[in-house]
Design a protein around this ligand. Structure first.
Ligand SMILES: Nc1ncnc2c1ncn2[C@@H]1O[C@H](COP(=O)(O)OP(=O)(O)O)[C@@H](O)[C@H]1O
Ligand code: SF4
Ligand SMILES: [Mg+2]
Length: 387
């Protein structure tokens, strides 16, 4: 890998410089109004895209955010980058509440957090050359004043993402999908960010290319000390890249854990259902393990279920509390569970201890020997391919 293309960004809050946490999200809500009426725009309701999220992203780590389409992952990512104003709650970036920033302060801080989008074709202007795409952001942040230094920096960026310098004069359509995503990554790196939010960074790419782009992101993180929030609906992608993982359901986090522990010991019924759909290479394990088939669609975030948001599909749903009381994300006291593992389920301890059994009533539980769902037939739209 070439020399560091990122310009180290100065911290605006020296007091926080030693802090382990780069991003602190507290009680975050992003609600979109639902409008009705032709003459008068009446608000008839709200889509609760993000509805009470607490999470911290540590410096230098990769936080993976996983969940079905429509559960609010992109909106949460955008709110963290100050691209979507929060309805309530706060996002503190390196000690500064970003919602409180305006004008020059906001502009200066903005270059410290950047986004890589899912579809590189639609996020890159087809009429601009790669050079002009990369210079645009640098110029906006006063990083392209010296011509020779800018040219050197552009070549450095291209090399960092594994593209030849000759590509600078080409247009996005002249590249393959994977190469275009490399340009998207170079654009994010061009202003020297601390945090990159990568929203489904490989979902639009062929499986054979996905691993290359994931590896590039990891190499860049090692070289530049970047912090990542990687949003994906593909469990294999997040597993591969993440240090910690948050599982989202209908606008809220239902489980958060060290990545390895989440896969070894998923505690929330929703996470258990997701994990049970991931094929295991060992046929003996594959044949004997529990497979939980979730029935029912994801309820609408405009009208989320009362109590636990998952109760309409939960195979462990109980008579008390589940329908009426929304569970908080909390540490669970159970064997083998570490203190950083948090779950939003009233009955997590009893489920972990095997004291409560899943019931095959409304959401169907498919057990050993039944074959289980095909990948393509999986009722939820989480991809489970290998990377
Ligand atoms: N700008 C918007 N206006 C209204 N509703 C939106 C807007 N953006 C997202 N939503 C809705 O918010 C919910 C969460 O969307 P999104 O964050 O894109 O989910 P995900 O990234 O997990 O697929 C969805 O129901 C979506 O339709
Ligand atoms: S609180 Fe109840 S409905 Fe929600 S996940 Fe736990 S057992 Fe299921
Ligand atoms: Mg999304």
């Amino acid at each position: 890998m070439s020399a560091t293309p990122a310009t180290p960004a100065a911290s605006t809050t020296p007091a926080e410089a030693g802090s382990d946490v780069l991003v602190e999200v507290r009680g975050l809500e992003v609600h979109f109004p639902i409008k009705s009426g032709i003459v008068f725009d009446r608000t008839v309701g709200h889509v609760r895209a993000v509805d009470g999220v607490d999470l911290s992203i540590r410096r230098g780590e990769t936080y993976g955010l996983v969940g079905e389409s429509g559960c609010g992952k992109s909106t949460l990512g955008k709110a963290i980058l100050n691209l979507e104003p929060p309805t309530a709650g706060s996002v503190v970036f390196d000690g500064t509440d970003i919602a409180s920033l305006t004008g020059e302060d906001l502009r200066r801080e903005r270059k410290r957090f950047q986004m890589v989008f899912q579809d590189p074709m639609s996020s890159l202007d087809p009429r601009q050359t790669v050079e002009s795409i990369l210079v645009e952001g640098m110029r906006a942040h006063g990083l392209a004043d010296d011509k020779a230094a800018t040219q050197a920096r552009l070549r450095e960026l291209m090399s960092a993402v594994g593209l030849p310098p000759a590509g600078l004069s080409k247009y996005p359509h002249e590249f393959s999908g994977g190469q275009r995503q490399r340009i998207g990554i170079a654009r994010a790196l061009s202003v020297g960010p601390d945090l990159i939010v990568a929203d489904e960074p490989v979902s639009a790419l062929d499986v054979s290319i996905q691993a290359q782009v994931i590896n590039l992101l990891q190499d860049l993180q090692d070289d530049l000390g970047l912090t990542y929030l990687v949003v994906a609906h593909d469990l294999a992608v997040v597993r591969h890249i993440s240090d910690r993982i948050g599982v989202m359901y209908l606008g809220g986090l239902v489980e958060e854990s060290d990545a390895a522990e989440l896969y070894d010991l998923p505690l929330h019924p929703y996470t258990r259902a997701l994990m049970s759909a991931v094929p295991v290479p060992d046929p003996r394990v594959e044949d004997s393990r529990e497979q939980i088939l979730l029935t029912g669609d994801l309820p609408s975030p405009a009208n989320p279920p009362t109590g636990c948001r998952f109760h309409t599909r939960c195979p462990w749903r109980q008579e008390t509390r589940c329908d009426t009381e929304r569970p908080q994300l909390r540490v669970v006291e159970a064997e083998g569970v570490s203190s950083g593992h948090r779950v939003a389920c009233h009955y997590a301890e009893q489920i972990a201890a095997g004291e409560l059994q899943p019931h095959a009533v409304d959401p169907v539980v498919v057990t050993e020997g039944f074959g289980g769902p095909d990948v393509d037939d999986a009722p939820h739209n989480l991809a489970i391919g290998e990377v």
